[in-house]
Ligand binder design. Structure first.
Ligand code: DX5
Ligand code: ZN
Length: 210
């Protein structure tokens, strides 16, 4: 069964702890960290992950959309991340930085933007526990799912034995297709936090994936 990872980017930041409690029936909690350089917006840093750690039992999935990610790996690991994902486009030594993440005893992830061919990460796949396929250009929630991600997921299903995660534009209308292509974990921001009843939204995504 596909795992559901609500993205806190779409939550109400004025009541973050309650928002996180409202999605406790999910599997992972996805944190979109943006630095205003790798992507135009800035969001939040390690303090948000750290302060929510004691409020949730979910698996903490930190998606770093930042330049020089190696400088922040330790802080995000110490804050309680179970997985840290860095971008292939942002890292100057991807294999070393993925090893650095694993060195903290947590899962390592590598993400690729829509224009980046999936084959470019083939040399580092043995260092990654998770590959995160971006199905929108990173920076904002609420964008439309890009079809080009499907071929990348299919390629990973054949060439990667780890966990395949998809991020961007996931809805009850397209989750079955991405799961059929090979996705293990689906990130959803708007499709969960945009609904009043979060447990129902999570259940709807799970039901639609089968
Ligand atoms: C985009 C982020 C996504 C985003 C997904 O840069 O990485 O995680 O929050 O939001 P939705 O599900 O609304 O497309
Ligand atoms: Zn994300």
């Amino acid at each position: 069964m596909v795992l559901i990872a609500p993205s806190v980017l779409a939550a109400d930041f004025s009541r973050l702890a309650e928002e996180v409690k409202s999605v406790e029936s999910a599997d992972w909690l996805h944190f979109d960290v943006m630095d205003g350089k790798f992507v135009p917006p800035t969001t939040f840093g390690v303090e948000v992950v750290e302060s929510l750690r004691e409020k949730s039992k979910l698996f903490f999935d930190s998606h770093l959309m930042i330049e020089s990610p190696e400088k922040q790996i330790k802080a995000f690991a110490d804050a309680g991340s179970d997985l840290i994902t860095i971008h292939a486009e942002a890292s100057t030594d991807l294999a070393a930085h993925l090893r650095q993440i694993r060195g903290h005893g947590i899962k390592s992830g590598v993400s690729i933007n829509p224009p980046t061919p999936v084959e470019t990460i083939e040399p580092v796949l043995s260092e990654a526990d998770v590959v995160l396929v971006m199905s929108v250009n990173p920076g904002w929630g609420g964008q439309e799912f890009m079809e080009s991600s499907i071929q990348k997921i299919e390629w990973l299903k054949k060439n990667f034995s780890g966990t395949i995660e998809v991020d961007g534009g996931i809805t009850a209308g397209n989750i079955k297709r991405v799961v059929g292509a090979g996705v293990d974990v689906a990130v959803a921001g708007t499709a969960i936090f945009g609904k009043q009843d979060r447990a129902a939204a999570i259940a709807e995504l799970r039901a639609a994936s089968e």
